[in-house]
Design a protein around this ligand. Sequence first.
Ligand code: MN
Length: 422
Amino acid sequence: MAQMDGGVAIFPGAPESVRSNDVHHRYRQDSDFFYLTGFTEPGAVLVLDPENPKHRYMLYVQPKAPDKERWTGRRVGVVGARRQFGADAAFEAEKFRADLQHLLIGRPRVFLRMGSDPDLDREVLGHVASLRARARAGQHGPLEVVDPTPALAESRLLKSPDEIEHIQRAVDITALGHLAAMRVASPGCHEYEIEAEIEYEFRKAGGAGPAYPTICGAGANATILHYITNDRRMRKGELLLIDAGAEYGGYAGDVTRTIPVSGRFNDAQRALYNVVLGAQKSAIRKVKPGTTFDAVHHAAVKKLAEGLVALGLVEGPPARVVKSGDYRRFYMHRTSHWLGLDVHDAGRYTSGSGSSRPLEPGMVLTVEPGLYVGAESDIPMPFRNNGIRIEDDVLVTADGCQVLSAAIPKEPDAIERVMSGR
Ligand SMILES: [Mn+2]
């Protein structure tokens, strides 16, 4: 509100989304809306109006309606919106359209993310135009429509202690899923059985479920970055790549582990795995206030290039492999993204000048290098069809970093120990 400079901000909640016919997906609130309110019911609109002497924070919500609540669940209602969610004023959602013009009068700008709710965009612009036409009558409407998302993203990027606790809980629940996967994975199992074990743990521990579709890919499937079909029977000698994270209290965990289906890495797999692990550790060591986001990526790339040359998969020297980008045949994605309410969380990756952004305490990012080796004829047989990614969730602290997902084994020997303990 301090940054709004006389403006009024309008945030529509997330629309409900149809799964098929008349059945909806389970509702999930828009992350910005949730960040500002904690309010999780559909059909709501948030208005922030710092210039309003009495009502700076207004919620428009679905009213109490026992006959409807019988079918679709309890509603907080307008009284609850004030009492439980701290709104200065709350109204029935239906009233929002009628109030809209009045909310805009005398405000020099309106903060609205255009493009996410075309009906609302049209209505706001309609009121802006009609207020402009009435300027001679002394009524003024907004001259500017400003996207509130970037300012909000900056706030969301720096996590409060309470948010960090939520992320840690999401990661702790994520750990239960990955440990279960390590205990049950074995030749003959289907990828979906592993997915089921993981998501069972997520839900049983009080998570909302997976924060994104669970990736369980074995053998060649492990080399497909966003493989979520998860329907193949796994075979002895394959690696299983599991990218799975729980959502808790709106916040996401995002962890990847790669494990040998039969419980033991073979020599080629272990060699590849150790290259990725070395790259991941090197990148994590970089995470501290002041290092740039890109420096974390470059630390991983440097180690991956060295490893690829040492294994004979790419022709060296490593420095040239980094420069030419020849490593990209086996590592084609970036090493990190922000993590929070969204699994790929809000916040810019560059500073004002366009250069990579320095890390600050309170940021949470993933560190997730990988190597994805296909089956082309020039690749030595033992390396073929192995996909490896190792991903941890890392909090930037005042003097370095804290790996929130450190409890999930990633040393090859530690993974083999968990797998043999079944
Ligand atoms: Mn990730």
